[in-house]
Design a protein around this ligand. Sequence first.
Ligand code: P6P
Length: 341
Amino acid sequence: MTHVSWSPPDASKAGATLETFILEGMFKVPGATGTFTSLLNQISLAAKLITGRVRRAGLADVLGWTGDTNVQGESVQKLDIIANETMINVLRRRGHCMGVASEENDEAILFPNARGGYLVVVAPLDGSSNIDVDVSIGTIFGILRCDQERPVSAESFLVPGSEYAAAGYVIYGTSTVLMLSTGQGVHGFTWDPGAGEFFLSHENIRCPTRGNIYSVNEGNTARWTPGVKRWASWVKEENKAEGRPYTHRYVGSLVADAHRTLLKGGIFAYPADTKSPGGKLRLLYEANPMALIFEAAGGLATTGRERVLDVVPSELHARVPLIIGSKHDVETFEQFVKDDV
Ligand code: P6P
């Protein structure tokens, strides 16, 4: 099939549906088979299904705890399970996805008959502790390439985030917005329940080079390293010339705190501490997708010691410290912690 390089009549694609936007992106990739496009559309379908359940959570008897705990040792809410099963059941079809690593499953879920050459990492419903209090939660995902001809295993997922083909998240907030990057720029699509479609609403997002909001759980202060403590004190000092103190915002839902930081600038930090010496957030399906998004939008993502996207995972549910945000603010944080042991 000869590929026709085609673009819509005008430069802006605002108002295009997610499906149209992805398809037009495919036209620009010589040799594209449509598999990646179709996989992205599967993830969008899962997001549509999950948003429907999240929006009805208060009505159906899905609130409350199942009494189970997941591999993280966290209590599992019913919506977590629904979101996880929805994502896995959607990805099981079409043969594009050869395996899924999910926050909710101890082991990777492999689809031995699939030959699409892609793997998916996912936090199906991150921030679920906020479900019962109606605070924004979200789905975070990443897409990795794998060898179509070789059987996949858990080791297939243990690659640095720099090798991810795409990443994104869905925030179930005052509206449902799907944010996506395939490495070239970051674009946001807002869900229109009337049309049953995601429409391009945030085209080519750029993270401000500097912000004035810092986002960290101050309740962990006693557990921080000396450098983090110095940074957290410095950011609160009165210094009008340097634009301090910063405003503090902390939702406790990564998708919400990250989304605000991406759009408004500033910094989100979940550093290592004495309770979580390796960090709390998970590398494969929380830190890496956020790091890919922030770097593609001109921001930075670090563990405090190294670029998040360079970290080679030791295991599926590896954790890392995660500091994301505006280039200036993340670089400032790194200066404060560079001598921490
Ligand atoms: P803490 C939610 O449980 C989560 O995994 C992330 O969404 C969020 O950023 C973080 O944990 C909040 O952790 O310890 O501040 O409650």
